[in-house]
Design a protein around this ligand. Structure first.
Ligand code: SF4
Ligand code: SF4
Length: 246
């Protein structure tokens, strides 16, 4: 499921600035909180006679309860819900999104070879690659930077305009191209192309070139992918907090 988790900062920023991700996040959190509340109702205090003033109506899932308290059982059931049922549901949905991708095929427009973006400069990417980051390693094995935004704009004005419209400006976005693309628009090292080329696009939340034939797939699964991404963020936070309490 890593392709959902690994949504890169640039893509996430786009959704966040568009408010869409925040709205989806709030809805997902609301739905999860309601599941947590219904588990609370099935974990009522059994009056264990401990001297406590815990009020059912006021307790919070992240509260610290005394050993043996019935509400610890509530926290355990929530952890089980997150670690098992919800995580399995996420995996199933990610798998459906991946399967759906196979219904679309690359039209070999070569846009993704002519034009790639990153929030990292070339030096930063090389440093990340040296430090063991797999994606950066693959990326610098094929892509080299455009001299400047103007050079990138000459190659793909619609894409640069789209990014400019989305962000308001292009500061902090770096543009790259692959020198292995031959003049006939084909890859000159097709058999040895790295996985970032073979699997592109493996994440429906990435910004795709306007000409890319996977835009239809992206549109179809985008909201579900955002929900899954939000769910992963939320359950990660809840799980860490609950594990420290139980
Ligand atoms: S290695 Fe080939 S497939 Fe990958 S970006 Fe370069 S030209 Fe495109
Ligand atoms: S941009 Fe999309 S359609 Fe064009 S070559 Fe890349 S994957 Fe294929």
């Amino acid at each position: 499921m890593c392709y959902i988790v690994d949504v890169n900062n640039l893509q996430k920023e786009i959704y966040q600035t568009k408010k869409l991700y925040r709205d989806v996040f709030n809805k997902v959190k609301e739905a999860l909180d309601s599941q947590i509340a219904s588990l609370k109702s099935s974990s009522l205090c059994n009056h264990c006679k401990q001297d406590c003033d815990i009020d059912f109506n006021k307790i919070d899932i992240f509260q610290e309860f005394p050993k043996g308290c019935r509400y610890r059982f509530w926290q355990e059931s929530v952890l089980d819900l997150l670690e098992n049922r919800i995580s399995k549901d996420i995996l199933d949905k990610v798998s459906l999104i991946e399967k759906r991708r196979q219904c679309f095929s690359c039209k070999m427009c070569s846009s993704c070879c002519k034009f790639a973006t990153s929030e990292y400069s070339y030096d930063e990417l090389k440093k990340r690659a040296q430090d063991g980051d797999r994606f950066s390693k693959d990326f610098v094995s094929v892509f080299v930077p455009y001299k400047n935004v103007d050079e990138a704009r000459e190659i793909y004005p619609e894409y640069v305009d789209m990014l400019e419209d989305t962000f308001g400006n292009l500061s902090g976005i770096y543009f790259y191209h692959c020198p292995k693309l031959s003049d006939d628009g084909l890859c000159s090292d097709y058999e040895n192309r790295p996985s970032i080329c073979r699997d592109f696009p493996n994440n429906p939340l990435v910004v795709l070139p306007p000409k890319c034939s996977f835009n239809d797939w992206k549109q179809e699964v985008e909201i579900t992918s955002l929900m899954l991404n939000a769910m992963i963020d939320i359950i990660g936070f809840y799980k860490d907090k609950l594990k420290n309490l139980i």
